[in-house]
Design a binder for this molecule. Structure first.
Ligand code: G6P
Length: 301
């Protein structure tokens, strides 16, 4: 059985176990001296991350998520690649690219010490479909679970022509009450308001959410902070190779149209997505690589 083989190749006694999760998808369960976590091999998606000193998960995962091949799992940290948002060529390809809707492969697992576990997932160029993506590539996603969560997504151009990508870690952060959350680090940044025909505006003060928001911040600083007075914690996000970040919450009306989200779920999460988005296009030359990195850590208030 596939799961047994994966466990004998990649399981780590007392720290990492692979099991059939919802929809039969292989899931990686980690528990080490610092935290516990759940990673779906489908989508290369971290679904849960909870340091031992936290009462609540850092991430939000919808109870109504579908676990069906071809659909994205709603919550955790979907990987948007090789484009963020709608198909840039208008060819009806999936929103946010195609790797969040496909199975990845486990490339390696490693107990760094009793307090950190590293999982490397791979998505390679054997995935080629007419009208989807014709450029040879390889993706490696390194996930390190410790007192903080570290992600590193490396794109290798294995072909003989350059290609360009946009990408993001589409994090759904669990919050106590969306109305009381503040996001710091985007003050005075310009943003494109996707709900106002993409018009360019300037952020005054911290970002707060009291209606649907879908904003692409440009020239964003590489350190953001989500302050949550209800869960009494701050989530620090640092991402060195990005200059864009998206803040999204669907609020009530849009949530109601989303079958994989309960009507009131919008109150429990905020998406703050570090990445290379919109005009922050990354061109990768043949034989070259580019890494998107992010680190998520917590401070109690
Ligand atoms: O429903 P999805 O394809 O997962 O997209 C969910 C959301 O992702 C991002 O935050 C985009 O900026 C939004 O425009 C989009 O609605």
């Amino acid at each position: 059985m596939e799961i047994q083989r994966l466990n004998s190749d990649f399981g780590i006694a007392g720290q990492l176990d692979i099991f059939p999760g919802q929809g039969g998808f292989p899931m990686i369960k980690i528990s080490n001296g610092s935290a516990k976590a759940l990673i779906s091999v489908y989508g290369g998606q971290v679904l849960s991350f909870q340091p031992h000193d936290q009462v609540e998960d850092v991430l939000f995962l919808s109870q109504q998520s579908e676990y069906v091949a071809g659909k994205a799992i709603r919550g955790g940290i979907p990987v948007c690649w090789p484009w963020f948002g709608p198909d840039p060529k208008g060819l009806q390809r999936p929103n946010h690219g195609f790797v969040r809707n496909q199975f990845w492969q486990i490339a390696n697992t490693e107990a760094i010490n009793g307090a950190e576990t590293k999982v490397s997932l791979m998505f390679n160029e054997t995935f080629k479909q007419e009208n989807t993506w014709r450029q040879p590539f390889m993706l490696m996603l390194d996930i390190t679970i410790g007192t903080s969560l570290q992600l590193k997504l490396t794109t290798f151009n294995t072909g003989d022509k350059p290609f360009s990508i946009t990408q993001a870690f589409h994090c759904y952060f669990r919050v106590g009450d969306i109305k009381r959350v503040k996001v710091f680090g985007l003050e005075d940044c310009d943003y494109f308001d996707k709900l106002d025909q993409g018009s360019q505006k300037t952020q005054h003060g911290a970002v707060t959410v009291s209606r649907e928001v879908d904003q692409i911040y440009i020239d964003a600083v590489k350190k953001l902070q989500i302050v949550d007075p209800v869960l009494k914690r701050r989530i620090h996000i640092s991402s060195p190779n990005t200059s864009t970040a998206v803040v999204w919450n669907p609020w009530s009306k849009t949530s109601m149209k989303m079958p994989d989200l309960a009507n009131l779920d919008y109150q429990k999460f905020i998406c703050v997505e570090a990445g290379n988005i919109a005009f922050d296009l990354i061109k990768i030359q043949p034989g070259s690589q580019f890494s998107l990195e992010a680190n998520y850590s917590l401070l109690a208030d």
